[in-house]
Design a protein around this ligand. Structure first.
Ligand code: LLP
Length: 419
């Protein structure tokens, strides 16, 4: 990873040594590179080729306010999935007019808040939700902008837990039923149909699943035109993968060039293209810095017990996900490096971060768990009453603490004893 490199035998984030950061802020620590965030955004900016493309950052990947604010200043909108995320966008000075609201379970208060904020679009996932939004918009005397999230029934060829475009899952409405549902939406007085939406999965490395979905969306848009329904945007969701180990994911330019080509061929080049990338905006912009507390050997198995755990990074145990592990100050050993399981202190066998990694290690060493910018801090918890890690953003030689480590008291100071 270009923004995390060895300099003077020590792993750096941009021009700050991770040793220095561990010393100043303690571990476990999330470290993000501001330049990496910029570069990820820029890869989408370039891919847009000057056309009308709105990147609505899928903020569930990493919703730290500083990151949201950074992207917002670069011009992005946001894909939100809760009233909580909307509140974060507003707190980070994001523009609600560039917010799309996805999710199968939007509650009344969330719909109200989104209407009050004036979001760009609700990505509606069921008929019942259409009715609820119509009702609430009517009470407020406004028209709610909506897209239907359709399920194109394509295989995103990714992990089943993060594949969302097949017809037997909970997301969206069956694309074959969409024309009838759009017709019903058109008849609802407090809705304004503005687009169509789909999201087929995550950590997708090829463009073919997108193009399969796009073909079906184009056919749907044509069908809607014949029903007198015209759209102003097409949202193809997020999902582009990143390199965790040796993947070679398609680039935004490869994806968008193919999308523009298909849209132009279908005479739909005028549609605004909305994207909801999450992982590819932040995944490789962050590492989780952790220290080896103990090294031990049980039978023939070597364990490095570190101060980060599954509460900090749950992806390995939840998805069997691979994150590279890099020593901050690599040791050179003459004997072959033993294979370590990198585990945390939590009382569960599932508390591991990496398995069978050939490393020369000793107690006190620092390790960087790579590609930890996405779905890492945001999925963290306080299990075992462990304060959540601090987060810093490095910008060249400067360091910004964007979330201090939680204090112990804050973990339970709102709890109450009963008599
Ligand atoms: N839009 C919608 C409607 C989504 O559900 C998601 C992610 C995104 C956009 C952003 O997708 P991305 O570009 O990040 O692939 N926790 C899992 C990933 C879950 C993704 C959920 N939806 C993981 O750690 O791999």
């Amino acid at each position: 990873a270009k923004h995390f490199q060895l300099k003077d035998d020590t792993l750096h984030a941009e021009n700050v040594s991770l040793e220095q950061l561990a010393h100043d802020f303690g571990t476990p620590l999330y470290v993000y590179s501001r330049q990496a965030l910029h570069d990820a955004w820029y890869s989408y900016h370039v891919a847009a080729q000057g056309r009308d493309v709105l990147v609505c950052y899928g903020m569930k990947a990493n919703s730290n306010l500083a990151i949201l604010n950074e992207f917002s200043r670069l011009g992005t909108g946001f894909d939100i999935v809760s009233g909580g995320e909307l509140a974060r966008v507003i707190a980070a000075k994001g523009d609600p007019a560039k917010v799309v609201f996805s999710g199968v379970g939007k509650q009344r208060w969330e719909i109200e808040a989104a209407l009050d904020a004036g979001i760009k679009c609700f990505n509606v996932e069921s008929e019942a939700e259409l009715e609820r939004i119509n009702q609430i918009a009517g009470e407020k005397g406004v028209k709610a902008p909506i897209s239907l999230r359709v399920n194109p029934d394509v295989d995103a060829k990714t992990h089943p837990y993060i594949s969302t475009g097949l017809k037997d899952n909970k997301f969206g409405v069956d694309i074959n039923e969409a024309p009838a549902i759009y017709a019903r939406a058109q008849a609802m007085p407090h809705l304004e149909i503005v687009g169509v939406d789909c999201h087929i999965g995550s950590q997708i490395t090829e463009i073919s699943p997108y193009l399969d979905a796009l073909d079906k969306l184009i056919a749907l848009i044509k069908q809607l035109q014949s029903q007198g329904i015209t759209l102003s945007h097409l949202d193809i969701g997020g999902g582009l993968g990143i390199r965790y180990t040796d993947e070679t994911p398609a680039t935004p330019t490869e994806l968008l060039s193919a999308v523009f080509k298909a849209l132009d061929a279908a005479d739909l080049g005028h549609l605004q293209l909305v994207l909801e990338p999450g992982r590819s905006m932040v995944g490789n912009a962050g590492v989780l810095l952790t220290r080896v507390e103990y090294v031990k050997t049980n039978q023939d198995k070597h364990f490095a017990i570190v101060d980060a755990a599954m509460n900090d990074l749950i992806r390995p145990t939840l998805y069997d996900a691979w994150h590279d592990v890099e020593p901050v100050r690599p040791r050179t050993g003459s004997a072959p490096a033993p294979a370590y399981d990198i585990v945390g202190p939590i009382c569960e066998s599932g508390d591991w971060l990496a398995k069978d990694r050939a490393l020369h290690l000793a107690q006190g060493d620092l390790l960087a768990i790579m590609s930890a910018g996405a779905y890492a801090f945001t999925m963290s918890s306080q299990y075992n009453t462990r304060p959540r890690a601090a987060e810093v953003i490095v910008d060249d030689q400067s360091v910004h603490l964007v979330r201090p480590r939680e204090s112990l008291e804050s973990l339970f100071d709102s709890e109450r004893l009963i008599d």
